[in-house]
Design a binder for this molecule. Structure first.
Ligand code: APR
Length: 234
């Protein structure tokens, strides 16, 4: 087995579940009471922009009531203390990794605290409600949509991600169902280039069989244990 220097981590909604942020594919198949296709597609936004803006406004407001948990904090500690290369890729649009102190972090599906101007395509910070129709701080047009990568849209920074996957020695997937591509395919890319692979998830993900090792349980308990092991024995 090759020595581990470069680590790439992918996180999903499961890492924020213990902070009180709803996952996407709950037992009722709904995301906060909505079908995903009614709020997370460009078509939904065209059909009913007010519904979609209000939905994300509510998710953004909810961020003020939630806090990073032990798993977010452990990954920030790993980044700070790990000697080799490190990249944390999250599918989450919350800011809990940021608030936990992660820096080498990439939000591949966008961010609730960001807006995307449909007129000039600039991304800018948003703290309030987009349903109030704020002007774009860059061009002044009233054309801001949530800066969220919806189904059918291209995730951010795919080139950088592919490069990191090709160069990593260990790929770890935490709290994601493995139902949504391209993220669901990262494990096979990493493995193709010779990386070891580990999954930490409450239930086996859809791609569970592709991982060298699966640890099943809550991220808040398992991630800190794994991080301490990496820092002391890694
Ligand atoms: N600890 C670890 N894993 C957990 C926990 C927990 N406390 N709670 C739930 N999980 C697991 C679930 O078992 C599930 O496999 O987290 C996973 C969450 O899966 P999804 O809800 O499908 O979320 P995610 O994989 O992040 O979704 C991917 O789909 O809708 C799109 O763009 C959206 O980024 C999202 C993408």
């Amino acid at each position: 087995m090759r020595e581990i220097n470069n680590i790439v981590i992918l996180t999903g909604a499961g890492i924020s579940a213990e902070s009180g942020v709803a996952t996407f594919r709950g037992p009722d198949g709904l995301w906060e009471g909505h079908r995903v296709e009614d709020v997370a597609t460009p078509e939904a936004f065209q059909r009913d922009p007010q519904l979609v803006q209000t939905f994300y406004d509510e998710r953004r407001a909810k961020l003020k009531t939630v806090h990073p948990n032990a798993a977010h904090k452990a990954l920030a500690k790993l980044e700070a203390e790990w000697g080799g290369d490190f990249l944390l890729i999250t599918q989450n649009v919350d800011d809990l990794h940021d608030r936990a102190g992660s820096n080498r972090l990439l939000h591949m599906h966008g961010e609730l605290l960001s807006g995307l101007c449909l007129a000039c395509e600039t991304r800018s910070p948003v703290r309030g409600r987009l349903s109030d129709d704020p002007a774009c701080p860059h061009c002044g047009e009233v054309a801001m949509r949530p800066d969220i990568v919806w189904f059918g849209e291209m995730p951010y920074q795919m080139e950088r991600i592919e490069l990191a996957l090709a160069q990593c020695d260990l790929f770890v997937s935490i709290g994601t169902s493995g139902a949504v591509y391209p993220a669901a395919g990262f494990v096979r890319s990493a493995q193709h280039y010779g990386a070891q692979t580990l999954e930490i998830n409450l239930d086996p993900s859809e791609g569970s069989l592709y991982f060298d090792e699966s640890r099943l349980g809550k991220a808040g308990q398992l991630v800190p244990v794994w991080v301490e092991d990496m820092l002391h024995n890694g």
